[in-house]
Unconditional design. Sequence first.
Length: 617
Amino acid sequence: MTAVLPRAATPEGATGTEPTPHGWERLRFGLLLAATAALYLWNLAASGWANAFYSAAAQAGSTSWTAMLFGSSDAGNAITVDKIPAALWVTDVSVRLFGLGSWSVLVPQALMGVGAVAVLYAAVRRAAGPGAALLAGAVFALTPVAVLMFRFNNPDALLVLMLVIGAYCTQRACEKDAGRWWLVATGAVVGVAFLAKMLQAFLVLPAFAVAYLVTAAVPWRSRLLRLGAGTLALIASSGWYLLLVELWPASARPYVGGSQNDSIVELALGYNGLGRLTGDEVGGLGNLDYDVGWSRLVGSGMGAYAGWLLPTALVCLAAGLILARRAPRTDPERGALFLWGGWLVVTAAVFSFAGGIVHSYYTVALAPAIGAVIGIGSMALWRNRSDVRVASAMASTVAVTVVLAAVLLTRHADWPAWSAVGIAGVGIGVGVLLVVNARLPRRVALAAAGLAVAACLTGPAAYSVATAATPHSGAIPSVGPGSGGGQFGGMTGFLGAPTPGAGLTALLAQDAGQYRWAAAVVGSNNAAGYQLASRAPVMAVGGFNGTDPAPTLPEFQRFVADGDVHYFIRSRMMGGFGRQATGSREAADVAAWVESHYAPMIVDDVVVYDLTARPAS
């Protein structure tokens, strides 16, 4: 057995500096980004509007500066989306520049994904060299949930990009002779991530803080002062928007969707904050899967999203820390393991035990940390492969990884069983070679290592390609083949947007510019479908789930009396799901008032009420 290799024996680039890359490294890096871009951009327009909820808000923001600032669902500014709209601002700008279409909505998400892979590569390279960086980038890019979300227009793309940039800045802050502004930059970009997905962005902060305090190459006093400066930057970067909305007169802005009291602070700390942990979300739907526990991330609900290499990452994290136990305090490789490993462990724990709304695609936030830890830890194992204990750990990890991949593949009814068996067989066979890898000729040893990596990545890569080949729509997309619409509590496609017929589309389109809202309908997804088809503003009564108390019946009656809204469209949420999910009856009261005072007409098999007609007594 051999002792742990001294830090001087680590590859070039693993010392916290960034030497000039040679030609082959540039080529490999370029191929990584080109392949990632191809995977994320290929046939992107097949998903249409993807999440019509956000596409409609982008359409509204491209025509109204007020709608853009507040993230309103419509240009009439009735109600906002249930997020702080930083991610929408990116899409709004794209739509303003290139017009409304699938490409202008979705390409920015794909480009943010490519950017996140590039930044992850740069971060891991500084700590562990180009080999680790290439593996980290490949693992990240080929995680099925990453392929899903970087081809979709939910806020997660901006969230992940900002968090990866924040991790890179934290690594730079830990290095010798680092400038005092790197940690300020960390706070600023994590604040932007907060403006995309609110408190979820803060899950990485404990890891960032611990990694900096433990490994930064500056005295304690400087560490504390710089950490304080970074905290102030975080508060300023994330808090300015909350202050702006809270101080803006409520009568001059749209209602804050997702809140019960028209409060952006309530939205950030409640519905999109602590409520996600406790399940105490007024107006929310709770966790309908009831799968709380450590097995959630590899279970039937989330496993196929990001669980493929999760056990591998945990082994690499533990092994990397053990192998680096005698390294100096400021060792960049161990510091990177603290940072990315802390990100992985804290986020995984929160996702595993959260009792509120936690969708499977949220696990995209795990993908960068999984990639980084595997890249760094696997290279540490490889350097020490002559130790039989290390070789055995590598072989066992490969075996566990391919068996888990086989299990995840066979859970999908459409996936051929022979492929899962083949992956498991090859992986286990290669694992045996890894046990005696140190005794093999160099070329054979490298070939065995390459086969092991290929076996471990084949499952998630195949699932990622299948995900990219499947169009995705609705509010909750799913990974894998033929899973474009997603599920929520067993209700497949329930949160999708309707596609109106030609007659109803023309009826609404003729009102564009004539009324503040061409129509009103319960639920934001319903409103989005009609708005995107007609390009006319459509009011979402009750917000996303129909559970927000806006507008109230008196407010809606005033809009009708002022001639602001032309039609009311009966929706599938009316009197059913929307009413059951709310503690108030605002949306139901509006619908009941319309039904009792206006005569219905049928347009393309949809019941429509003309609110400009003379109401019945």
